[in-house]
Design a protein around this ligand. Structure first.
Ligand code: HEM
Length: 223
């Protein structure tokens, strides 16, 4: 019936699996200058005008490490069995960030303590992982996939501007990235198959918070 068709069309990407639904929601939350799929107006400080500094970039790396340490601890502990599927995905960033920070230290840079953006997000993730599995999974998806997409290009650009093009470990993976992402996508789809439509919607709705928290950390680059 027409009503059934309409109900089907309500969740873009639905037919391809839940990751496609999460991606659709995420892409719309980008600003138009961030991605051609973005629908939001550019920020006060569009990405093309960012003036990165080593000091700001270090804050970004330290706060990112806070987030990845937390993500990776959560899936290791696996307070919920769904999280077990996301151990040793090859997407982990914590150890690589530790190596990058060691390198910066060896170059004479002072490594800052984690800032409020990183610690606030880490605390939020820890709580959410215990109380709301679909919402936590939304953050898991966005944190790792954003880094492989926009985050990766930002990293390349910043390296050219302030690091003499040095390639940090943060932007390297063992094996083919698209294969690692593909395997994680399959597991994300599998986990979401167990969810009711309400739980799926709850997960999608959380994308906005993911952008809010990660956006603050990203902006440290130009701070
Ligand atoms: C994908 C840019 C921030 C989440 C993308 C893509 C671009 C991009 C160009 C498309 C890549 C493709 O076509 O496959 C940016 C820029 C950002 C930014 C320039 C900030 C300055 C964020 C933030 C989040 C996020 C804060 C959420 C925490 C995602 C996700 C994808 C994506 C989930 C889809 C990745 C995939 O298809 O595998 N981003 N992004 N992005 N971004 Fe962002």
């Amino acid at each position: 019936s027409a009503a059934a068709e309409k109900a089907k069309a309500r969740y873009p990407g639905e037919k391809k699996g839940f990751v496609e639904e999460m991606r659709f929601v995420a892409m719309k939350l980008h600003t138009k200058d961030q991605s051609k799929e973005g629908e939001k107006e550019a920020d006060v400080q569009p990405i093309g005008q960012w003036q990165p500094t080593i000091e700001g970039y270090l804050k970004f790396l330290v706060d990112s490490k806070e987030v990845y340490d937390t993500m990776e601890t959560i899936v290791q502990k696996a307070a919920h069995p769904s999280y077990e599927l996301f151990r040793n995905t090859g997407l982990e960033r914590s150890e690589r960030l530790a190596k990058d920070l060691e390198w910066f230290a060896s170059q004479g840079h002072a490594i800052p303590k984690a800032g409020v953006d990183g610690t606030t997000y880490a605390k939020y993730l820890t709580e959410l992982s215990e109380t709301d599995v679909p919402a936590f999974i939304c953050h898991f998806y966005n944190v790792y996939f954003a880094h492989s997409a926009g985050g990766y290009f930002i990293g390349k650009k910043v390296a050219k501007m302030i690091l003499d093009g040095r390639e940090l470990e943060f932007y390297k993976w063992d094996g083919e990235l698209f294969q690692l992402l593909g395997a994680v996508k399959e597991n994300l789809n599998k986990v979401a198959e167990e969810w009711s439509r309400d739980e799926k919607n709850n997960c999608l709705k959380e994308t906005e918070n993911s952008f809010k928290y990660s956006g603050k950390i990203l902006r440290l680059i130009a701070s």
